[in-house]
Ligand binder design. Structure first.
Ligand code: GLN
Length: 366
């Protein structure tokens, strides 16, 4: 069955249906990962977006039981060049096209995803619609232009109930971390459980007082979808946590931390999405290749009016990738040290968090 991708510029790309039949609007972004499509599909940070995979062959190892990053597919749409016809892997349970169809994700295949990526790189992120109804495509252009990214995306993906997870690694004294969930990826939870942390995951609307009542050793600020400035409740909560406990934030959590402390964020032209972003630790000068998925970033000049300073930088475009508080045990990174998908060479950051919590506990022992 035919399908089309209509962009807000009026450009129409024809392909074939891949996944669910229907029509889906979203913000079209590209991801440069060669593998990891299952994690991309299920990463809540992609809520509201249609992902174009730049790698030309997708689906070749199917879908397995372990790689889901949340309970369901989160992308609005999925755009690939060639969809693997005969996927094969010993852990494969389903193929990708059936998974998309069952999840109701409208996808399209047969698109020159590298050409589409060049369009996005030139114009910046674009709104688009994928449709299997290909009769009157030009009528969709004004509709795409009128479509807005939903403002309440975090509310859609955050947990509605508090839940706990045990540490999966035995360490000398297990640390209790409250996770403020703005749309967390499972791999972050796993990485923290593996670091010996007991977790209490709380909804994004939880207040600082409610969090402190749980008597955590530290608080973690998760990743999540959308514009950080629209997550006002989270920003308020983070302000209330400063000086009370060690805090570590990733991606959206990192952006919210800077907003909470008087910094600013901006929307990038086309963002960083993929598993090959070089980041330098400015202290050790060490460079790690990181996994990323973000379209907003901290405005570096705005940090002057905050107690934060830059600790990590992206070597492709020099953007801010990590910050630390000058006095308090508070730090955050824009990238994904838990990987999934992507390299796991930044896992050491969870150890740094453990270290901060240990020092805090020693100082505040009664
Ligand atoms: N992965 C994330 O947490 C993404 C953060 C934010 N929604 C952005 O796109 O920049």
């Amino acid at each position: 069955m035919k399908a089309a991708l209509v962009l807000e510029t009026g450009k129409i790309l024809m392909g074939e249906s891949y996944g669910a039949i229907g029509e889906a609007f979203g913000e079209v972004v590209f991801n440069t990962g060669m593998t990891g499509y299952q994690e991309v599909l299920t990463d809540p940070s992609y809520s509201g977006q249609m992902v174009c995979m730049t790698y030309p062959l997708i689906g070749n190892y199917g879908i397995n039981r372990m790689d889901d990053q949340s309970e369901k597919a989160q992308v609005q749409g999925f755009i690939v060049k060639e969809a693997a016809r005969n996927p094969s892997h010993w852990q494969m349970e389903k193929n990708l096209s059936r998974t998309l169809a069952q999840a109701g994700v409208v996808g399209i295949k047969g698109i020159d995803t590298r050409a589409l990526t060049r369009i996005i790189r030139e114009h910046g992120v674009l709104r688009g619609v994928i449709t299997t109804e290909t009769e009157h495509l030009s009528e969709l252009i004004p509709k795409v232009k009128a479509w807005l990214v939903p403002a309440d995306v975090v509310a859609k993906v955050s947990t509605s109930e508090i839940y706990t997870l045990p540490a999966t690694q035995t360490v000398k004294s297990s640390q209790h971390v409250v996770v403020l969930d703005f749309g967390i990826k499972k791999n972050i939870l796993h990485a923290m459980q593996e670091s010996g942390f007991r977790l209490t995951v709380v909804p994004h609307t939880t207040t600082a007082t409610q969090i402190l009542d749980l008597q955590p050793d530290g608080v973690f600020l998760s990743n999540g979808p959308g514009d950080p400035k629209s997550v006002e409740v989270g920003i308020e909560t983070i302000r209330g946590l400063m000086g009370e406990r060690p805090v570590f934030g990733i991606c959206l959590g990192h952006q919210l931390l800077s907003l909470a402390l008087g910094g600013d964020t901006y929307k990038m032209k086309f963002g960083h999405r993929g598993g090959n972003q070089p980041v330098q630790d400015l202290n050790t000068k060490r460079v790690t290749i990181t996994s990323q998925n973000h379209g907003y970033a901290i405005a570096e000049e705005s940090l002057e009016q905050t107690p934060l300073y830059v600790t990590h930088r992206n070597l492709n475009d020099q953007s801010v990738e990590g910050v630390k508080h000058r006095e308090l045990p508070v730090f955050s990174v824009q990238y994904h040290p838990e990987a999934g998908p992507g390299p796991s060479e930044s896992l050491y950051l969870f150890d740094e968090f453990a270290q901060l919590m240990q020092e805090w506990r020693a100082q505040h022992a009664t």
